[in-house]
Ligand binder design. Structure first.
Ligand code: AMP
Ligand code: TRP
Length: 331
């Protein structure tokens, strides 16, 4: 069976973007047709300023939401990245494979480091080396497919380059993975600023639908979404980014085609109302299941313990092989 790996960072509350761009497909499709691993990648949350207690809380919440959105621990491996040492072990070898120029070219690094500097903060070295750790997450499991939102494409491309380079220099060790995206909503935009991604660590929450928002909060956020000048409901990312984002969200929630949906609406108001209803319906079962799971923390602990045991067993042989291939003496 095909090996799949993907992850989510506990840097904020999970959003509709995470759900439509990644998590829903992991639960509905990926875990059924492949040997899939999903990880709360907590080490990645340390690349920016963070509060330790909040990271712990968000890690549990993210794992609970992954179960609530339908990941089944009998069908996939769900675990926390820092519970499996192999990620950090392999990351170092990939830092020895990559160049600093390659890391500096990453869009996410450029954006986040510029933001930090603007607000007078220093940039952690780990923000620069982050893609080496992400590549380690993927390559440690001989992953074939990485299902993610569009924003992660460049990181997966770099992972491929590192795998090929390592294999050429030191002998075949890694599988070269490929990226996959959902057919719609691979990039859900902020409802207040349709030029930027709906991101969980954005400062202002008015344009972000969180998975745990109450139904009336979801409705308010959708009804207040920024739309474009003009009145006609048209699917056009360049000219009508706000409306197009709403059409994509509606399409993803209802399984319809966004261009066809555009033709079905005469006004922005009716479109927004249907989007609000659709999002509330999609999130309802996730919230209900989250509440049940949150009442039983011992169950989550057990799932994560078993998941880490299984993941460790899978990663260990590949990481050991990489250590030998690169010239390190077996212990
Ligand atoms: P992150 O929140 O950066 O840890 O992302 C976890 C997963 O959700 C990754 O596969 C991202 O590509 C995906 N994702 C995050 N934000 C969005 C968004 N606004 N639209 C689509 N996918 C997203
Ligand atoms: N960098 C990803 C993000 O910001 C999260 C991530 C870390 C990831 N390691 C991964 C995704 C490995 C897929 C595979 O969304």
């Amino acid at each position: 069976m095909k090996r799949i790996f993907s992850g989510v960072k506990p840097t904020g509350h999970l959003t509709l973007g995470n759900y439509l761009g990644a998590m829903r497909r992991w639960a509905e499709v990926d875990q059924h047709r492949s040997d899939a691993l999903f990880s709360v990648v907590d080490l990645h949350a340390l690349t920016v300023e963070h509060d330790p207690a909040r990271v712990r809380r968000l890690s549990r919440q993210a794992a609970t939401l992954l179960l609530a959105s339908g990941l089944d621990p009998d069908r996939c491996t769900l675990f926390v990245q820092s519970h499996v040492d192999e990620h950090a072990r392999l990351s170092y070898l990939l830092e020895c494979t990559a160049t600093d120029g390659e890391m500096r070219r990453m869009i996410q690094y450029k954006e986040k480091s510029a933001q930090a500097r603007e607000s007078g903060q220093s940039v952690r070295l780990s923000l620069l080396t982050y893609p080496a750790l992400m590549a380690a997450d993927i390559l440690a499991y001989r992953t074939e497919e990485v299902p993610v939102g569009e924003d992660q494409t460049q990181h997966v491309e770099l992972t491929r380059d590192l795998a090929v380079r390592f294999n050429q220099r030191y002998g075949h060790t890694f599988t070269v993975p490929r990226v996959t995206h959902p057919p719609v909503a691979a990039r859900v935009m902020d409802l207040q600023d349709p030029a930027s991604k709906m991101g969980k660590s954005n400062a202002v929450g008015a344009g972000i639908v969180y998975l745990l928002d109450d139904a009336d909060v979801v409705r308010k956020k959708v009804m207040r979404a920024v739309t474009d000048s003009g009145h006609e409901v048209a699917y056009d990312r360049e000219e009508r980014p706000g409306v197009t984002n709403l059409l994509e969200i509606l399409a993803a929630c209802t399984g319809r085609d966004p261009k066809e949906l555009a033709g079905a609406y005469a006004s922005y108001g009716t479109l927004k109302k249907d989007v609000a209803d659709a999002v509330v319906e999609v999130l309802r079962p996730v919230r209900e299941r989250h509440a049940e799971l949150a009442a039983d923390p011992a169950y989550l602990d057990e799932v994560l313990r078993k998941g880490a045991d299984r993941a460790r067993g899978m990663a260990r042989p590949t990481v050991d092989a990489a250590y030998r291939a690169i010239g390190l003496l077996p212990a």
